[in-house]
Design a protein around this ligand. Structure first.
Ligand SMILES: Cc1cc2nc3c(=O)[nH]c(=O)nc-3n(C[C@H](O)[C@H](O)[C@H](O)COP(=O)(O)O)c2cc1C
Length: 357
């Protein structure tokens, strides 16, 4: 029997040559003004044999930035920078989707290099420390609560970021709705204590996230828009009680939008079969993620629990991960001290296997 990891697959309007996806990873290598430069072009080009690359989170506005040297997708210079990334990946036969990540309240002001608002559903700070410019954990800023009448305009910023990604030649966008960033902050009762139509019940808490998804789908077509979730993930101060109660209505809303895929960072919850739950709530294809191997990924696809699988850390030191998995070759280990620092070191200097190996 052939290994389905290496079969082609269509996800909406995306056409993958294999089912091994590169998971989004923030690497803090954008240039001045949050513009992707040659280093990022080389990094993504090296990894273009993935069936699909999901880029690191890119902020849809200056206000969306919370971390050090993350790329933007709101200025013309940023669009031009991403165009070189897309061109390089396409020249190698790959497909590339951009993750749209608005940090909301998860902002260390010194990471930005400029003054800008810090926004959230409610005026509640992130309880966790976040790496600052020198990588030392630092407190985040106190956010201001968004007014309800600001939300349609904010959703339009996400839609514009999707148009900008397409203008750069990027194949689609993935909305980051996990890990405690803005969209997750609306979903979660720990960070959303609003008393209007956008807070309280689960139906209210999913309203803004679905408004954003719909705006993005209307902007560039639903077959190029995807959603990333991680039910029960406590990262950045999220409450983990009964994630199904919130993610059920979110996924039902996503189902109606007929998205390209749902990317599931599966926490391996004790009380919830997350992949089965997502499958029942929404018909979109599933990309499963978290601590997978070639064997466990293959088993998920063969069982129909996912249509593709994504790898994060394994892609860091193995730019040719697909070839290595195909030939059962050993995987190189990344230098974790260089995840967010080092420029080319620990970024574009991991070699592919020699042809004879
Ligand atoms: C250095 C690093 C940066 C990451 N940045 C992001 C990110 O920007 N957006 C996101 O959704 N997940 C991010 N993640 C999570 C990964 O996409 C992935 O879910 C996680 O590493 C688990 O997959 P793995 O076991 O295959 O590594 C990051 C992970 C790492 C290691």
């Amino acid at each position: 029997m052939t290994n389905p990891l290496f079969d082609s697959l269509s996800l909406g309007d995306l056409h993958l040559s294999n089912r091994i996806v590169m998971s989004p990873m923030t690497r803090d290598r954008a240039g001045p003004d949050d513009v992707p430069g040659q280093l990022m072009v080389d990094y993504y080009r090296q990894r273009a044999s993935a069936g699909l690359i999901v880029t690191e989170g890119a902020q849809p506005s200056a206000v969306g930035k919370g971390y050090w040297r993350t790329p933007g997708i709101w200025s013309q210079a940023q669009i031009d920078g991403w165009a070189k990334v897309a061109e390089a990946v396409h020249a190698e036969g790959g497909q590339i989707v951009m993750q749209i990540m608005h940090c909301g309240r998860v902002v260390v002001p010194a990471n930005r290099g400029y003054d800008a608002d810090v926004i959230a559903p409610s005026a509640l700070p992130c309880p966790d420390l976040v790496p600052g410019p020198d990588g030392v954990p630092a407190p985040t800023a106190m956010p201001r609560a968004l007014a309800a009448d600001e939300l349609p305009g904010l959703a339009e910023e996400f839609a514009q970021s999707a148009r900008n990604a397409r203008a750069a030649g990027i194949d689609g966008v993935e909305l980051h709705a996990s890990s405690g960033y803005l969209i997750n902050q609306f979903l979660n009762p720990a960070s959303n204590q609003r008393t209007d139509d956008y807070g309280g019940s689960a139906e209210n808490r999913v309203r803004f996230p679905l408004m954003v998804l719909k705006a993005m789908a209307d902007a560039i077509g639903n077959g190029r828009v995807a959603l990333r979730i991680s039910p029960g993930n406590p990262y950045n101060g999220m409450d983990v009680i009964d994630p199904a109660a919130t993610f059920g209505p979110l996924l039902q809303g996503a189902d109606a939008l007929n998205l390209a895929y749902i990317h599931v960072l599966d926490m391996g919850l004790k009380d919830l079969d997350t992949l089965g739950f997502v499958r029942n709530a929404c018909r979109a294809p599933i990309i499963a993620n978290n601590m997978l191997t070639a064997e466990t990924g293959r088993a998920l696809i063969e069982a129909g629990r996912a249509q593709a699988v994504s790898f994060g850390r394994a892609f860091i030191a193995n730019p040719d991960l697909v070839a290595r998995l195909k030939t059962d070759a050993p995987l190189a280990k990344p230098d974790y001290s260089l995840l967010y620092t080092g420029e080319e070191k620990g970024y574009v200097d991991y070699p592919p296997l020699a042809p004879s190996a």
